[in-house]
Ligand binder design. Structure first.
Ligand code: AMP
Ligand code: ZN
Length: 493
C-alpha cells in the first residue's frame, strides 16, 4: 500500500455533515455495506447511478490497497409500498399482478440487475445476501431489541418503540430530524392502529391468511420489516461496528435512521463510522423513479430506444456521463449531456490507444509526479471523480504533445504515466474501451447516415419505393429510423 495515497483520503460523513479523514477500524481492511435493490422491477438508470457511485468507492479503496469486504444485499421481502408500514409488499404485489410466485419475480429482476451492472462494469460485491435467506437472523435481532425493552408486540406484529428509544438515544441524528417535530407533523392515530405512536416502525409484520410470503416466528406467521434486514445482514457479515454504510440519499430517512436505531437498541453500539449518501439522477429536473414512471432503463440507452435519445450509447459512455458529476451532486440526464460525454470518452480512449505508440526519450520535459499527485488528490477529496476526469484530460493533452514530439518522457516516466492513466481510467473509474463496439460505432454510424442521406434524396425525387425499401431493409437488420421535424435519426435494437 502506498501510504501517501490513503493518508489523506477524506470522506464526507452524512452523520457529522463534514468531510473526515478516513481511518479504517482495522488497519488495511474496510467493511462496507450498501443497500441493494428491491427486486420487483427492472433497475432504472437512477438506481444504477447509486450503484456506480459505490462501485467507484469500492474500486478506489481496492486501488489504495485495502482489503475490502463489500456487502450489498438483495431486498426480496418486506419493502412495503408506503414508509408508514401501510400498503402491500412491493414484491408480493407484483407477483399478484403478474400471477407469478413471488420468488419468480425476485429471480427475474435479480438476474436483470446483475446483467445490467455487469454491462456497466460494476464489480460484484464480496457478499450479496438476500433478506429471505436471513429470516432467522432477523428474528434473533428482534429478540435482542425486545430483551432491551425497545420493541412491543401488537396483534401479531412487532414494532420498534421510537419514543422509548429516543429517551436515551438520538432518533433523527442522521437525517437531522427531531422526534417532537415528527410527532406533531404526523397524522393522528386511528383507534384501530396497532402502533403506540405513529413514528414507530415495523420490525415484524403479521401475515394475513392470503399473504404468500410468510415465515413462522415467536409472534406467529409473518414477514420481516425492510429496515431490519439491513441491520441483521450488515451485523452478520461486518460485525456490530463497521467502517462504511452507503445508499441513495432518499434512504437516509426513514431507512438508515431506523437501521441506526435498531443497531443501537440491539447492541448498544452505533453501527457505522462513515455514512455515505449518493445523490439522485433526475430526468427533466425530477428524480428518476420507478413509481412515477419518470425514468430511463439502461437497455434503452444501449439501444437508443427512448424518445429522449437521438441514438444509442455504450454502457461505458453512460458510466462516464455519471462519473463526470460528483456522487453527492444531483445530476440531470439529457441527450445533449450524454452526447457531450461520448465525445469526451472517445477522446480519452483514443489518447490511451495513442499512448501505446509513444516512444521514450533521453529526458523528461513533463512533470508526471505532479500530475499523478493531482489525480490522487482529486480522489482523496471525497472521491471527486469530475476533478479526476479533468486531470485525465490534462493527461490527454500530454499524450498529444508527446505524439507530436513537442514534449518528451524518459522510459521510466513514460511507464509510470502509462500505468497511472490506465489504472485511473480502467481500474478506478471502471471504464471499458468500448469505442466501436456498439451504437457509438463510428463506421456503423457513418454507413447508416449515408443511407439516411440517400433515402432523403430518393424522397426528394419522389422515389418512395426506394425510400421505403431503405427503411425496411434497415429495420430487418434491427436498425430503426426515426423521422422528426429536425431530421432522421436511428437506433440499433
Ligand atoms: P430501490 O430498489 O428502490 O430500493 O432502490 C435502489 C437504490 O437506488 C437505492 O439506494 C436508492 O436510493 C437508489 N435510487 C433510487 N432512485 C434513484 C435516483 N433517481 N437516482 C439515484 N439513485 C436512486
Ligand atoms: Zn438497507
Amino acid at each position: 500500500m502506498q501510504l501517501y495515497q490513503n493518508q489523506h483520503l477524506k470522506i464526507y460523513n452524512s452523520l457529522s455533515g463534514e468531510k473526515e479523514t478516513f481511518i479504517a477500524l482495522h488497519e488495511g481492511s474496510v467493511g462496507m455495506y450498501v443497500c441493494g435493490p428491491t427486486v420487483y422491477s427492472n433497475v432504472h438508470l437512477g438506481n444504477c447511478r447509486t450503484f456506480i457511485s459505490f462501485d467507484l468507492v469500492y474500486r478506489y479503496l481496492k486501488h489504495l490497497g485495502y482489503k475490502v469486504r463489500y456487502v450489498r444485499n438483495i431486498t426480496d421481502v418486506g419493502h412495503i409500498e408506503d414508509d408508514a408500514d401501510e400498503g402491500e409488499d412491493k414484491i408480493a404485489k407484483k407477483a399478484r399482478l403478474e400471477k407469478l410466485e413471488p420468488m419468480e419475480i425476485v429471480q427475474q429482476y435479480s438476474v436483470d440487475f446483475h446483467q445490467i451492472l455487469e454491462l456497466f462494469n460494476n464489480l460484484p460485491p464480496s457478499i450479496e445476501p438476500t433478506a429471505t435467506g436471513h429470516i432467522i437472523e432477523q428474528i434473533e435481532t428482534i429478540k435482542e431489541i425486545f430483551a432491551n425493552g425497545y420493541a412491543y408486540e401488537s396483534n401479531g406484529s412487532v414494532y420498534f418503540d421510537v419514543v422509548k428509544f429516543n429517551e436515551g438515544h438520538d432518533y433523527g441524528k442522521l437525517s437531522g430530524r427531531n422526534l417532537d417535530d415528527m410527532l406533531s407533523n404526523s397524522r393522528e392515530l386511528s383507534g384501530q392502529d396497532e402502533k403506540r405512536n405513529p413514528a414507530d416502525f415495523a420490525l415484524w409484520k403479521k401475515a394475513e391468511p392470503e399473504h404468500i410470503m410468510r415465515w413462522p416466528s415467536p409472534w406467529g406467521d409473518g414477514f420481516p420489516g425492510w429496515h431490519l434486514e439491513c441491520t441483521a445482514m450488515s451485523t452478520k457479515y461486518l460485525g456490530n461496528h463497521f467502517d462504511i454504510h452507503g445508499g441513495g440519499m432518499d434512504l437516509k430517512f426513514p431507512h438508515h435512521e431506523c437501521e441506526i436505531a435498531q443497531n443501537e437498541a440491539a447492541t448498544g453500539q452505533s453501527p457505522v463510522n462513515y455514512w455515505m449518501h449518493a445523490n439522485m439522477l433526475t430526468l427533466n429536473g425530477k428524480k428518476m423513479s420507478k413509481s412515477t414512471g419518470n425514468n430511463i432503463l439502461p437497455r434503452e440507452i444501449f439501444t437508443g430506444s427512448n424518445d429522449v435519445l437521438s441514438k444509442a450509447f455504450s454502457p461505458s459512455v453512460a458510466r462516464f456521463f455519471m462519473l463526470q458529476a460528483h456522487y453527492r451532486s444531483v445530476l440531470d440526464f439529457s441527450n445533449d449531456a450524454i452526447v457531450a460525454s461520448e465525445k469526451g470518452y472517445n477522446k480519452l480512449m483514443e489518447a490511451l490507444e495513442t499512448l501505446g505508440d509513444v516512444a521514450a526519450s533521453a529526458t523528461s520535459t513533463l512533470d508526471i509526479e505532479t500530475w499523478k499527485k493531482a489525480c490522487y488528490d482529486a480522489m482523496n477529496d471525497d472521491f471527486n471523480s469530475p476533478i479526476l476526469i479533468a486531470q485525465l484530460f490534462e493527461g490527454v493533452r500530454f499524450v498529444n504533445l508527446l505524439k507530436d514530439n513537442k514534449e518528451t518522457l524518459t522510459a521510466s516516466d513514460l511507464e509510470s504515466f502509462t500505468k497511472s492513466i490506465n489504472a485511473f481510467a480502467f481500474d478506478v473509474l471502471g471504464l471499458r474501451d468500448e469505442k466501436g463496439q456498439d451504437g457509438s460505432n463510428d463506421k456503423l454510424e457513418g454507413v447508416v447516415n449515408m443511407l439516411i442521406e440517400m433515402r432523403k434524396e430518393a424522397r426528394a425525387n419522389k422515389n418512395f419505393a426506394l425510400s421505403d425499401q431503405i427503411r425496411d431493409r434497415l429495420n430487418d437488420l434491427g436498425i430503426e429510423l426515426k423521422d422528426s421535424r429536425e431530421g432522421t435519426t436511428f437506433s440499433v435494437n
